[in-house]
Design a binder for this molecule. Structure first.
Ligand SMILES: NC(=O)c1ccc[n+]([C@@H]2O[C@H](COP(=O)([O-])OP(=O)(O)OC[C@H]3O[C@@H](n4cnc5c(N)ncnc54)[C@H](OP(=O)(O)O)[C@@H]3O)[C@@H](O)[C@H]2O)c1
Length: 251
């Protein structure tokens, strides 16, 4: 367990999947936790289950992120841990990439991440920890993921520059690259159950550990990076992927 006693943590996209599990873990480690999401009902339900504060903010809107930061400041003061996690996963092959899909994915996953950091910067304590939830897709050529992968690659690049620029304030900035993790995200792609099962089987076959990850396994890495145990770690990227990204030739 990391010790986060006395720290305030914001988890964007905390009403589901990895964000939900991480909010649970950060709270168990002693932090005061605020989760965000788009839907009032989903945020309220998750906040009630977790025993944390839930605030509604669509990261697709810079004005909404700005209001969120104002609300957090008014209710909690300064923030020590910013988990930039809200994201969407949409599939389309080259030749079928629409402008709307490009704008939605880049707008949520990259622009949303950049402006979450921008708007929270004034209320981050010196010595705070920012963790950007990226993906091993940033480094793979998985079919149909060109825009999703690019949005995460952009996030990793942003992480490195932010780490350099924020170091004078001792704010650490790191990225976590999960492999496939069991969350509702895949069910939101519109893939048929048969296609989803096929993808899961193919992924498991390629992974050295022969399974998908669980949200709690990403939360452990985030909790570590959030804590003072990671005090000399900034500008890094950490794969939590069951070995998938080493791309071994498996028999
Ligand atoms: N699961 C995986 O295999 C995997 C692998 C690598 C990386 N990731 C990344 O992990 C992050 C979390 O995904 P997940 O797998 O936990 O999926 P998930 O269960 O679908 O959760 C996504 C969360 O992001 C929120 N969100 C989406 N768009 C938003 C917006 N515009 N404004 C505010 N909140 C928004 C969702 O809230 P709503 O309920 O309002 O939609 C939800 O809370 C994403 O960045 C994803 O790209 C996931």
């Amino acid at each position: 367990m990391a010790n986060l006693t006395g720290k305030t943590a914001v988890v964007t996209g905390g009403n589901s999947g990895i964000g939900y599990a991480t909010a649970e873990r950060l709270k168990a480690d002693g932090a005061t936790v605020i989760i965000t999401g788009r839907s009032k009902e989903r945020v309220a339900t998750a906040a009630g289950e977790l025993g944390v504060t839930g605030l509604v903010a669509d990261v697709g809107s810079v004005a909404a992120i700005s209001s969120l930061a104002d609300e957090v400041k008014a209710k909690f003061g300064k923030v020590d841990v910013l988990f930039v996690n809200a994201g969407i996963f949409e599939l389309a092959p080259l030749g079928s990439i629409s402008e709307e899909m490009f704008d939605r994915q880049m707008g949520t996953n990259f622009k949303g991440a950049v402006f979450t950091v921008e708007k929270f910067l004034p209320i981050l304590n010196d010595g705070a920890s920012i963790i950007n939830l990226s993906s091993i897709n940033a480094y793979t050529g998985m079919p149909n993921t060109a825009i999703y992968a690019a949005s995460k690659a952009a996030m990793n690049s942003f992480t490195r520059t932010a780490a350099t620029e924020l170091a004078p304030r001792r704010i650490r900035v790191n990225a976590v690259n999960p492999g496939p993790v069991v969350t509702p995200i895949f069910g939101k792609t519109g893939m048929l159950e048969e296609q989803l099962n096929g993808m899961v089987a193919a992924v498991q076959e390629r992974s050295p550990l022969k399974r998908l990850g669980q949200p709690k396994e990403i939360a452990s890495m985030v909790a570590f990076l959030a804590s003072d145990e990671a005090s000399f770690i900034t500008g890094g990227e950490y794969n939590v992927d069951g070995g998938m990204n080493i791309n071994p030739l498996l028999g």
